[in-house]
Each structure stands twice: as structure tokens, then as C-alpha cells.
Design a protein around this ligand. Structure first.
Ligand code: ADP
Length: 448
């Protein structure tokens, strides 16, 4: 839109200011000149009146000698004419050195006594001296009093200094901060300077500077988040690869241990017979972990079949009974007959198992876990309430965050997986602390 040189705000403001100074100076000079001239004319008229008065009171003769003497003293052309010979005098004036201008302005002045008339570069004023005579004073038009020109330069100088000040204020207050922002914006990502001049201002420049700082903070946060996510993605890929590698040999080990236990337990020496259940139990634990990892890495839609949630929970209680006994945790199960649901049994068992295991781990010195189920209008609900220490404030907020764990050696995937599984079934997993203390996890599955 603008030629390149005018695209700079500095140039545009500078030019606008220059135009303003030029036009302002002209207007100022015109106004001062016209007011100085009208003042000079007022003084000229007053001078003529005072001199006419002087001639009258001093009874000076109406003659060319008096005119000449007065003209000499006042430094202007003075004519003292009797009315009788006025026409002849005017004619003579017009003829004298060919001065029709003087005669013309004199005629006008004589017609309007006491008023200064301007014509042909001359100004004249006529004042009656008596019934028979007039005093006429003529001088070049636009004659200013001494000092008028000088004071005009002073005013102009002050105007220019003011304009310069305005230019400096604009340059420092608007152009400089904008320029600084424009220089820093392209490298906003690497900008580590803590402050930005102008951010403390309450005007639009301040708003712009604060918006820049806010954007920079958001950008830094997003970058950190992305870097974290990328690290996690790499870790996730590694873990999934590992989980796949572990899955098959583990299945083989478990199958052989099971075979040994099933086929000839009496043929095994005592120590080996004791080790087999431990091997099977620990193998099942590793398999659970591997399954969770694989689910996290590649969550598949649940394969739903009609089942009884109560029966599924009861199985999980049995699976974790040994661990509960070991920790001195008593599990109370209170289920009202059947809890019909349509779910992926394997997945939901995993979610329920995680919640039960968490409760047992929260009470290493023993306690009680009460599991209650109910079927309502909305769906089926199972509540797991323990009398351990309850969720910490931060765990209440971040329990579904992957890798969030407050346990020593905890992986922080149990509740994330559980809540993902429940969500995949259209349900919800809520956590809270009971008023009497202890954690309460509520699992809700809607009716099919
Ligand atoms: P992990 O068990 O590996 O720590 P989870 O995702 O299962 O990971 O649990 C996350 C956190 O939630 C736990 O570290 C713990 O702080 C809190 N938590 C879970 N269940 C309970 C519970 N029953 N009582 C108290 N805190 C719990």
C-alpha cells in the first residue's frame, strides 16, 4: 500500500510531524502578522488623532511647513489641507511624481475620517483639525512596530521546540517500544530476558508487552509439555516392546509350572512343591503387569458380553485373598444377588483387581476393605471403602494421571488403567475419602 520507505512507522510519524510543523508555522506567522498589522493601524489612527488635537490646541497654522515639520518628526507623509483647496491638492498629489495610489488612498481616508484605509501598498488615515482643515497621514502598508518581527521569531522558535519535544516523546514512547517488540517477537522461543520495557504501562503499548510475555510463558509451557510427552512416548514404545518380548516366554514358564503342579505333585521334592505356587503366583502378577502395559499402549474397544459384575468382583477378591491375608486385611463383600452388566470381563477384572490391590497396599499393617454393590436406575455401582489413611489431597486430584504414584516403587498406572477401562464401557470411576477416614473408590457401569 505504501512505498517501502513509508512503511516504517518512524518515517510516517516523522513526515506527519514535519507537515504539522510546516503548516503550523505558516498559520502562526499569518495570524501573528495580521494581528500585529491591525494593532499597528490602531496605533497609526491614534497617532493621527493625537496630532490633529496637538495642531488644534497649539493653533498651528494649516500650511505645508507644518506638514513637513510633522512628517519629519513622525517619519510618515503628512498632509495638512484646507477643505477649500482639497480637490486641487488631491489632483496635485496624483500628478506629483505620478502617485495615483497616494491620491486614491487619500480620497478613501478623507471619506471615512479616523479610519485607516489601505490601497495600492499604502495606508492612510485622515482626521479633521478644524471645520475647514484635515490632517492626512500616509505610509507604506504593513508597517510593523519595531520589535514585532523579533517577537514573531520567538513565538515560532517556541513552537518548533515544542514540536521537537512532541517528536521525541512519540519516538521514545511509541516507536521505540514497538521496535523493541518487533525485534524480540521473531525469537520469542529463545527469549530469556526476564522483563520487557513497557510491560508496566497501563496503555495499549503496555497491553501489547504483557500479551507478549503471556504468549512467551504459554509457549515455554507447551514446549516443556511436548518434550515430556515425547519422552513418555519413547518410554512407552520401549515398554510395549519389552512387554511383548516378556509375554510369550512368561506364558511358557507359567504353563510348565502349572503342568508340574497338576500332573505329579507327589513326585516333587518338598522344597520344589512349596516353590511351585510361589512361581505361579508371581508369574500371574507379571502377566497382569504386562497386560496393563499392552492395554495402555494399544487400548482396544471392549469385547462386551453379558455378565454378572458381582461374580466378577468375587473372583478378584479370591485372587487377592492371599495378599490380603498376608497384610492382615479383611475383605467384606456385600453384594445383592446379581449385578447384570454387559462388559469385557477380562478388562473389567483388571480394573477391579487394581482397585482391590491398591486398598490392600494402603493398609500394610492391616485393616478392613468393604465392597458393596447395588443396581440402580442409572446402572450398576460397586463401592470399595477401606479404613486406611485415605487419598492424599494431591492423589485426589491426580490419581488418573499416568505415572502418578506416591508409593515407593509404584508405577502409577493402576488407577489410570482402571479409569480408562471403566470409561471405555461408558462408566465412571470416582474417588473420595470417607468422613470417618479411609479411601472410597466407586465404580459405575451403565446398563447396556
Ligand atoms: P500405584 O499403585 O503404582 O501408586 P495407582 O495409579 O494405582 O498407582 O495409584 C495412584 C496413587 O493413588 C497411589 O500412589 C496412592 O497415592 C493413591 N491411592 C490409590 N488407591 C489408594 C487407596 N486405597 N488409599 C489411599 N491412596 C490410594
Amino acid at each position: 500500500m505504501f512505498p517501502p520507505v513509508f512503511s516504517s512507522l518512524k518515517v510516517r510519524i516523522g513526515l506527519a510531524l514535519l507537515l504539522f510543523v510546516g503548516a503550523g508555522s505558516l498559520a502562526l506567522v499569518g495570524w501573528m502578522r495580521s494581528s500585529a498589522e491591525s494593532e499597528a493601524r490602531r496605533v497609526f489612527a491614534a497617532l493621527a488623532t493625537a496630532n490633529a488635537e496637538f495642531i488644534r490646541t497649539q493653533r498651528l497654522p494649516v500650511s505645508d511647513r507644518t506638514s513637513e515639520a510633522l512628517g519629519h518628526v513622525l517619519g510618515v507623509e503628512v498632509e495638512l489641507w484646507g477643505r477649500a483647496g482639497r480637490e486641487g491638492r488631491l489632483r496635485a498629489l496624483a500628478m506629483e511624481g505620478a502617485r495615483p495610489d497616494a491620491a486614491g488612498v487619500a480620497v478613501e481616508a478623507l471619506q471615512t475620517p479616523g479610519r485607516v484605509r489601505v490601497k495600492g501598498g499604502l495606508e492612510a488615515v485622515a482626521v479633521p483639525v478644524s471645520e475647514e482643515a484635515d490632517l492626512l497621514m500616509i505610509r507604506p502598508a504593513g508597517t510593523l512596530a519595531e520589535g514585532e518581527g523579533r517577537s514573531m521569531w520567538w513565538v515560532l522558535g517556541a513552537f518548533w521546540v515544542l514540536s521537537l519535544g512532541l517528536g521525541v516523546v512519540l519516538a521514545r514512547g511509541v516507536v521505540a517500544p514497538l521496535q523493541q517488540l518487533a525485534e524480540r517477537l521473531p525469537r520469542i522461543g529463545e527469549d530469556s530476558e526476564s522483563d520487557l520495557p513497557g510491560a508496566e504501562r497501563s496503555d495499549e503499548i503496555g497491553q501489547l508487552a504483557r500479551a507478549y510475555l503471556r504468549t512467551r510463558a504459554q509457549l515455554a509451557e507447551e514446549r516443556a509439555g511436548r518434550a515430556r510427552a515425547e519422552r513418555l512416548a519413547v518410554l512407552g514404545r520401549m515398554a510395549t516392546g519389552l512387554a511383548h518380548e516378556i509375554h510369550n516366554p512368561l506364558a511358557a514358564i507359567r504353563m510348565h509350572a502349572q503342568l508340574l503342579q497338576d500332573t505329579a505333585p507327589e513326585a516333587l521334592p518338598g522344597a520344589a512343591a512349596e516353590s511351585l505356587p510361589v512361581m505361579l503366583g508371581e508369574g500371574a502378577r507379571i502377566e497382569g503387569l504386562v497386560n496393563q502395559w499392552m492395554f495402555l499402549a494399544r487400548p482396544e474397544p471392549p469385547r462386551r458380553v453379558g455378565s454378572d459384575l458381582g461374580a466378577l468382583v468375587a473372583v478378584q477378591v479370591r485372587v487377592h485373598q492371599a495378599a490380603a491375608r498376608h497384610a492382615g486385611v479383611e475383605i467384606e463383600l456385600s453384594l445383592p444377588g446379581e449385578l447384570p452388566v454387559c462388559v469385557d470381563g477380562r478388562r473389567l477384572s483388571q480394573a477391579v483387581g487394581n482397585v482391590i490391590l491398591n486398598a490392600i497396599q494402603a493398609m500394610p499393617a492391616g485393616g478392613r476393605l468393604r465392597i458393596e454393590g447395588a443396581s440402580g436406575a442409572q446402572g450398576v455401582e460397586v463401592r470399595f471403602c477401606d479404613n486406611g489413611p485415605g487419598f492424599s489431597a494431591i492423589a485426589l486430584e491426580r490419581h488418573t494421571e499416568l505415572f502418578f504414584s506416591e508409593k515407593e516403587g509404584g508405577m502409577g498406572i493402576g488407577l489410570s488403567v482402571a479409569s480408562e477401562i471403566v470409561r471405555a464401557h461408558g462408566g465412571s470411576l470416582g474417588v473420595a475419602n470417607a468422613a470417618s477416614g479411609g479411601a472410597c473408590v466407586t465404580l459405575q457401569i451403565p446398563h447396556p
